[in-house]
Design a protein around this ligand. Structure first.
Ligand code: AMP
Length: 280
């Protein structure tokens, strides 16, 4: 598997793949790859003749007091995992390759980008949409693979590709979980062993909402109240949001319908975790 460092190399690789009639698949990541990322790479390799994984800890999606500096960086292991799952290239640029000196161009998805995680992480989604737009433009990928784990990100990127009439189609893959239900995240390494147990409140809250819906309860306020009760039993966790929203606009709904997004975010110590489900 080749490692590419410049946008020109990535573009040349992608053009050559397209020239030989291959479908180009893209899997954007920030590295510290785990089995959640692996599932995206496998999905890409299964449906694309040429698969690029990108490993880039994107500074513009981190707030000033967030974990950019200490974000886990495990590049050699990432390359081994990406190759084993079928990636053809890994694109790992330096920051100034993506943001040349004086960079002043950003992609902002208005309104949607200020909802859910965008409330407590202002400019986060602006950073995400900017870097993903750059990757889509460089690769003209046919398919790009994202996890449902970051459901708000998916909504924003779908809006962006529609608005910019980008040719890349977004494919959403299911959330990969630990056997006890915790959603895999590169940030789980920050958790102490007691926080790791407390963190299970997120998937428990999701499970309670799913089960209420399974019993015919569709009132958003009741679903949110039940989730709040789960977190109430874990005083060491601080809830950021519990939301029942339309998955495309991220606006709250009063009554959950099939396809409604039920999403939670919470602080476990200094670690902010997210989880969600698409209600049936
Ligand atoms: P990240 O490296 O955290 O920016 O994530 C890169 C991609 O992997 C995003 O599309 C995430 O939604 C996806 N991802 C992260 N965790 C999981 C998971 N547990 N299951 C499935 N996809 C995931």
């Amino acid at each position: 598997m080749e490692i590419l460092r410049t946008v020109d190399e990535l573009r040349a690789w992608s053009r050559a793949a397209h020239k030989s009639d291959k479908t180009v698949g893209l899997v954007p990541t920030m590295g510290a790859l785990h089995q959640g990322h692996a599932s995206l790479i496998r999905a890409a390799a299964a449906s694309c003749g040429a698969t690029a994984v990108t490993v880039f800890v994107n500074p513009t999606q981190f707030g000033p007091n967030e974990d950019f500096a200490r974000y886990p960086r495990t590049f050699d292991a990432d390359c081994t995992l990406a190759q084993a799952q079928g990636a053809d290239v890994t694109f790992a640029p330096a920051v100034d390759e993506i943001y040349p000196e004086g960079a002043a161009t950003f992609v902002e998805v208005e309104d949607i980008g200020d909802r859910l995680d965008g409330v407590s992480r202002p400019k986060h989604f602006r950073g995400v949409s900017t870097v993903v737009a750059k990757l889509f433009i460089a690769t003209e990928a046919d398919l790009a693979f994202f996890g449902q784990k970051d459901a708000a990100q998916v909504a924003i990127l779908r809006r962006m590709t529609t608005d910019l009439r980008l040719a890349t189609k977004i494919v959403v893959c299911p959330i990969v979980r630990e056997p006890d239900g915790l959603a895999l995240s590169s940030r789980n390494v920050y958790l102490t062993s007691s926080q790791r147990i407390q963190a299970l409140a997120l998937c428990r809250a999701i499970g309670v909402a799913e089960s209420l819906v399974g019993h015919g309860q569709r009132t958003a306020a009741i679903l949110m109240e039940a989730a709040h009760a789960v977190f109430g039993a874990e005083p060491a966790i601080r809830v950021d949001y519990i939301s029942v929203v339309d998955w495309s606009t991220l606006l709250p709904v009063e009554t959950a319908a099939p396809g409604t997004l039920f999403a939670v975010a919470a602080w476990v110590g200094n670690t902010r975790l997210i989880d969600n489900t698409i209600l049936s």
